[in-house]
Design a protein around this ligand. Structure first.
Ligand code: 5GP
Length: 192
């Protein structure tokens, strides 16, 4: 049986990774979503085990110590990480999995899974990105500025990715990613 493919959807905070990923999973029900662990407080409407596994700092540190995370990153004062077992099991079962993570973590995944497919989601412009972070209404000005600075640094790392997708409209961005998934399944593996 062929192994599944690992897709990593990354890009600056506020670009709409979460929204695009949600829409994509609706269109591609065979694609499995990797639920991350985080020390961030749940936002209104978020559910433990669905959006994230919400952990205390101590619990998160223990996960790191026990090597339970494929990657983790500290992002704007909180920790975020990808549980390793679930990703490995899903791929072994021949199913595709998608990770929706920030850029530092994506680059760490690339070291461990060089065959992964790395997709960078871009905002149509930086002004648009700031409006989106602000529009979410969950962050104060200090956090917004911090996230914008991080975003500019992150965009510079796009060269490490396989694909760049502009999130101008959710449906269009989804279609582009869907095309990437289909194309990757049609790829001929090089023979050694
Ligand atoms: P938020 O707090 O807005 O849910 O997420 C903040 C950032 O953390 C987003 O860019 C999100 O993609 C990223 N993130 C979510 N889960 C993970 C993870 O498991 N690992 C890493 N490295 N980043 C993550």
């Amino acid at each position: 049986m062929n192994k599944g493919l690992l897709f990593v959807l990354s890009g600056p905070s506020g670009v709409g990774k979460g929204t695009v990923c949600k829409a994509l999973l609706k269109k591609m029900p065979d694609l499995i979503y990797s639920v991350s662990a985080t020390t961030r407080q749940p936002r209104i409407g978020e559910t433990d085990g669905v959006n994230y596994f919400f952990k205390s700092r101590e619990q998160f540190m223990q996960m790191i110590e026990e090597d339970q995370l494929l990657e983790y990153a500290e992002y704007v004062g909180n920790y975020y990480g990808t549980p390793r077992d679930f990703v490995e099991r899903t791929l072994e079962e021949g199913r595709d999995i998608i990770l929706e993570i920030e850029v530092q973590g994506a680059l760490k995944v690339k070291e461990k899974f060089p065959d992964g497919i790395f997709i960078f989601l871009l905002p149509p412009s930086l002004d648009e990105l700031k409006d989106r972070i602000r529009g979410r209404g969950t962050e104060n000005d200090h956090v917004i500025d911090h996230r914008m600075n991080v975003a500019v640094e992150e965009i510079a790392l796009m060269a490490n990715y396989d694909y760049a997708v502009v999130n101008d409209e959710i449906d269009l961005a989804c279609e582009r990613i869907e095309s990437i998934v289909i194309a990757e399944h049609c790829k001929i593996e090089p023979t050694e």
